[in-house]
Ligand binder design. Structure first.
Ligand code: C5P
Length: 410
């Protein structure tokens, strides 16, 4: 039960000014039910929509609003409050609050506490759909995501202002589940994860091969991020020179067929397979036993098709949760969404390659697509992206297990 990961967790709930502030009352109740210890901070504008008394009654603790309340500061100063929090959730997060956080302002109690706290921060935005779509808001959110802030929602639908679109606060129940999946301690405890990483090399003769530019860093970062979340991780690595992440069991392979064999051996024992390897689609039809000699004329190599490892696993009736990668030089989303559907994957992580992006680079940008959803992870280093990817995988897998009928596709 994901909510149990919130038991005894010290959560600071920030409520900013917007009509959705009334929904934060229900959220307070749900977080208490999930066992969290709560402190609520309202912004001044939030208090125009809801009263501190509501939250005091529901959270069982005094509600804070101002930096300048001497008696409250004497009881628990804002720095103590920032240290007290193990997680900070702001719901609803208004466009204004998001802008202030993105720019590191500390002009009221809530933003000051956010700046003074090392606790992971999650935002649940709620605003008019035009404000949500505005490039300024989106740029502020990209900035926050790049710093590791989680953005929960928003949902789409009819809005209090009479418009229709994205910008509705997620329902309290969903926020609690997302928070538990994102920030719950060790989200993959007891889960068996298999990761493939790196390129494959296909030998032409004893000294030459066909390979690709994959560095293996993304797959290794994914293996590390899964291990950090308590998963038992097997990593099947193509030819790369990278250290094995702590706690990960690694097997080195060279060709696509060797990778297939190593992956297939592990598949029956895994719950999640993340196929980050850049598996070569073709190999030379035959490998010369001796070094090919120059013959003063063109050389024609006949290539045979390699097995599609991920495709083969996806076609099975009993299969783990499947995550693929798509590297594209153009029309990223269209091609990646088609691949997600064709290979019947649960999630695809798409990135643009070429022009110094993707394969060889230390940082990257990922577009996550899954049936019915998408999330853009803006440019960040590969470990930060891997952590965000693993958080999404954990959340989707939890949701799929809670509603298995919805996951099955024809
Ligand atoms: O179709 P495409 O090769 O772009 O699909 C990429 C995804 O499929 C990656 O997750 C990659 O690891 C996997 N793949 C595979 N076997 C292949 C080719 C790709 O498992 N032969």
């Amino acid at each position: 039960m994901p909510a149990s990961t919130l038991a005894n967790l010290r959560i600071l709930l920030g409520v900013s000014g917007g009509i959705a502030a009334y929904k934060a009352a229900e959220l307070t109740r749900r977080l208490r039910e999930a066992g969290a210890e709560l402190r609520v901070v309202l912004t001044e504008n939030a208090a125009r929509f809801v009263t501190p008394l509501t939250f005091q009654a529901l959270s069982g603790a005094p509600v804070r609003m101002s930096l300048w309340d001497e008696s409250a500061e004497a009881a628990m100063g804002h720095i103590e409050l920032a240290r007290w929090a193990e997680r900070i959730l702001i719901a609803p997060a208004s466009a204004d609050l998001i802008a202030r956080l993105a720019h590191g302002l500390a002009d009221d109690l809530l933003t000051t506490v956010c700046l003074a706290s090392a606790a992971p921060l999650a935002l649940a935005p709620a605003m008019n759909q035009q404000m949500w779509a505005h490039p300024a808001t989106q740029a502020n959110l990209d900035r926050l995501r790049a710093r590791g802030v989680s953005v929960l929602g928003p949902a789409s639908g009819s809005q209090a202002c009479g418009e229709f679109g994205a910008g509705r606060l997620l329902e309290a129940e969903q926020l609690v589940a997302e928070l538990a999946a994102l920030h719950g301690p060790r989200r993959l405890a007891g889960v068996r994860v298999l990761v493939s990483a790196g390129p494959t090399y296909e030998d032409i003769d004893p000294v030459r091969f066909i390979g690709n530019r994959s560095s293996g860093r993304m797959g290794f970062a994914v293996a590390q991020a899964a291990a950090e979340q308590g998963a038992s991780v097997h990593l099947v690595a193509g030819p790369v020179h990278l250290p094995t992440p702590a706690g990960v069991i690694r097997r080195d392979v060279r060709s696509a067929r060797e990778m297939r064999e190593a992956v297939m051996q592990q598949i029956p024992q895994c719950d999640i397979f993340i196929s980050a390897a850049a598996v070569g689609d073709y190999r030379p039809g035959e490998v010369a036993a001796h070094k090919l000699k120059k013959r003063g004329r063109a050389l024609t190599l006949t290539l045979a098709e390699n097995p599609d490892i991920l495709g083969e696993i996806a076609a099975r009736t009993s299969r783990p949760f499947l995550v693929g990668f798509a590297a594209e030089t153009r029309d990223l989303e269209t091609y990646a969404r088609a691949k997600l559907e064709r290979k019947r994957l649960d999630l695809i992580a798409a990135n643009r390659v070429g022009d110094g992006q993707g394969f060889d680079a230390a940082d990257n940008e990922l577009l996550l697509l899954w049936p019915g959803g998408r999330e853009l992870l803006p440019r960040a280093d590969k470990l930060a992206l891997a952590r965000a990817l693993i958080a999404r995988v954990a959340a989707l897998r939890t949701a799929a297990r809670a509603a298995p009928a919805r996951r099955r596709r024809p």
